[in-house]
Ligand binder design. Structure first.
Ligand SMILES: Nc1ncnc2c1ncn2[C@@H]1O[C@H](COP(=O)(O)OP(=O)(O)OP(=O)(O)O)[C@@H](O)[C@H]1O
Ligand SMILES: [Mg+2]
Length: 591
């Protein structure tokens, strides 16, 4: 149970719910025991009167006339107890089940808050589906422990204690015989429920497999169709569904055995009660009413005996789920703020002998990189693919911590800037554009919250996407992505540039953000960057060299090292890699 101890802080937060819950459960159970006792009294009364009438004769009137009001009294008493039980059942659910919902909410909030703090290495390591299932299904399983398992657990103990005391008070001998079959009942239920659990788990795993296959196929439906793989996937899906069906039928068979077994053992208990009870009545040790009372007790007791297995399995599942949740909650975010410097950024960037290796792949992406960008300057980074360009952007955003050397922003080590402040000051357009399934307007104003429509239009005009947007039927209110229109690659890129620039950031980083726009549009956006964004530091990663003549500084990367640097003219004069790449591109564009 050690993993579930993590929940103790919540249990103590809601201790009044639990204490009240225990009180309500006890009252509820106490009332439930009064019902069979009333039945016993009623029956004993009736038997006694019948005997009496036999000897005296019923001259005084019919049985109903004579004793109707007494019997009515017993009935009303029982209904009264049942009503009180109802009220307390309501109250115990209101305390304990409500508490489990409150803790579920708290826990989910805690996990979500923690997820937000974790770094991108964590997100690379763990699948989105896994993150989601821990915050949804696992939390629900934990709630089953805090709610139903706890409630029924308390209920069970209360019932057990109260019923056993009541039984032994009447007759220890009869109690003993009545209870004989019950241990067998719980042992067999324990084994059967273990089988059931195993089988349900297998079904869960198969279901998860089916879901993930469907999810993959639907998200990659365009690739699947264009490679004419639909039939293969259909067969695959058929086979997996068949397995799922077999496993479900398997479980149904065990379940079908389970209930008859239970009823058999309960029946056995009842039979023993009547048989032994009869003998004891004939010996005059107990009354007829006691037999009726005991039969109800047996029925009461079978429920806790059958539910022990169920409660145990709920706790086991919650334990496994909480273990998975704890794993994530105990993961420390790699980015820790050392100091919280909240001064506005001006935009000077210095890399001093920076080296960086990706931990998970062991790839040394940057090797002893040094460069300097003065406030308001424009730096271009070029190089072959996988040469480490995007890695430089990631390090500037502090997605990862560097291994060697240091990065200075405004002459202060990057680690000393408050993380949120640093990121807010950088307008970053990542290489793989991501837009939310939301309106174009909300996608553009994502980083700034509320923004007037005219400001949004203005920025869209600057990045040359306004005309595209007003071509859509809903204009700026058009929903993009899964639920709405699909945008072209170039449109997506320009919208994400607008999203970065509307923040009015001190530093702009564009990672290959103009790769899907034509050269004319690129020129337009470049002009904007040059004129309107004057005074802002920009770092532009690109493969297209022809547009770089206006840049203050260009660095050429190869396998994580700077192999050439200088201005466009200087690099051409150098007649090295840069000149070579430029030549090849000129040739491609002219032919
Ligand atoms: N998250 C990551 N985990 C592990 N290795 C990575 C990760 N991101 C990049 N790499 C590796 O680091 C190297 C540099 O990658 P990077 O993305 O910086 O290249 P790039 O210059 O931006 O390439 P491109 O022009 O294709 O975008 C590559 O070899 C890549 O495989
Ligand atoms: Mg890249």
């Amino acid at each position: 149970m050690k993993h579930l101890f993590a929940l103790n802080k919540y249990l103590s937060k809601y201790k009044w719910h639990i204490l009240l819950g225990i009180v309500f459960v006890s009252i509820y159970r106490f009332c439930s025991i009064l019902i069979p006792q009333t039945i016993r009294d009623a029956l004993d009364f009736v038997f006694a009167k019948v005997e009496e009438n036999k000897t005296v004769g019923n001259a005084a009137g019919s049985f109903t006339e004579l004793y109707g009001s007494d019997i009515l009294y017993y009935s009303v008493k029982m209904i009264g107890f049942a009503l009180v039980m109802g009220v307390f059942m309501y109250l115990m659910r209101q305390t304990i089940i409500v508490m489990s919902r409150l803790i579920e909410y708290d826990l989910r909030k805690e996990i979500y808050g923690h997820y937000q703090k974790l770094d991108s290495a964590f997100y690379k390591r763990n699948k989105t589906g896994d993150l989601m299932s821990r915050i949804t299904e696992d939390v629900s399983k934990v709630r089953m422990y805090l709610g139903p398992a706890l409630l029924y657990g308390i209920n069970l103990i209360a019932l057990f204690v109260i019923v056993i005391i009541a039984m032994f008070k009447v007759s220890p001998t009869l109690s003993f015989y009545t209870l004989i079959p019950l241990p067998f009942l719980s042992i067999s239920i324990y084994y059967v429920s273990r089988i059931i659990n195993k089988k349900s788990e297998a079904i869960q795993i198969q279901l998860a497999k089916l879901t993930s296959i469907s999810q993959e196929v639907y998200s990659g439906i365009r690739v699947v169709k264009s490679y004419v793989k639909t039939n293969e996937f259909l067969t695959f899906f058929d086979n997996e569904s068949e397995t799922f069906k077999q496993k479900s039928l398997d479980l149904a068979r065990v379940n079908a055995l389970f209930f008859p077994l239970m009823i058999l053992l309960i029946g056995l208990s009842t039979l023993l009660t009547i048989y032994m009870g009869g003998i004891l009545v004939s010996r005059g040790e107990i009354t007829n009413g006691n037999i009726a009372e005991f039969i109800i007790y047996v029925n009461y007791l079978t429920w806790p005996f059958t539910s022990i297995g169920w409660i145990a399995s709920l706790i086991q599942q919650a334990e496994a789920s909480q273990k998975r949740i704890n794993e994530f909650l105990e993961t420390e975010p790699a980015m820790q703020n050392q100091e919280q410097l909240n001064i506005p950024l001006k935009g000077k960037i210095v890399f001093e002998n920076v080296s960086f290796t990706y931990k998970d792949s062991g790839i040394k992406a940057l090797d002893n990189i040094s460069f300097k960008v003065e406030e308001g300057q424009k730096l271009a980074i070029v190089g072959l693919t996988a040469s480490g360009k995007s890695t430089i952007a990631d390090l500037l955003l502090r997605t990862y911590n560097i291994d060697q050397g240091q990065i200075l922003v405004d002459d202060i080590p990057i680690e000393q800037h408050a993380l949120s402040h640093l990121r807010k000051s950088i307008g970053y357009v990542p290489q793989d554009v991501f837009l939310f399934s939301d309106t174009i307007q909300n996608n553009i104003s994502f980083g700034v919250g509320e923004m007037s429509s005219s400001d949004i239009e203005q920025i869209a005009k600057h990045v040359a996407v306004h005309d595209d947007i007003i071509g859509f039927p809903e204009k700026y209110q058009t929903i993009v992505g899964e639920r709405g229109v699909s945008l072209s690659g170039g449109q997506k890129q320009r919208i994400s540039i607008a999203r970065a620039l509307i923040k009015d950031p001190a530093i702009v980083i564009l990672d290959d953000s103009l790769s899907a726009v034509d050269t004319k549009t690129e020129q337009k956006i470049n002009n904007y960057l040059e004129n309107e964004l004057k005074g802002r530091t920009s770092i532009v990663i690109t493969h297209r060299l022809s547009s770089l003549h206006s840049y203050d500084h260009i660095i050429v990367l190869d396998e994580g090292k700077i192999i050439e640097e200088g201005s466009h003219q200087q690099l051409i004069a150098l007649n090295g890699q840069y000149a070579d790449m430029l030549d090849k591109q000129k040739y491609e564009y002219t032919t």
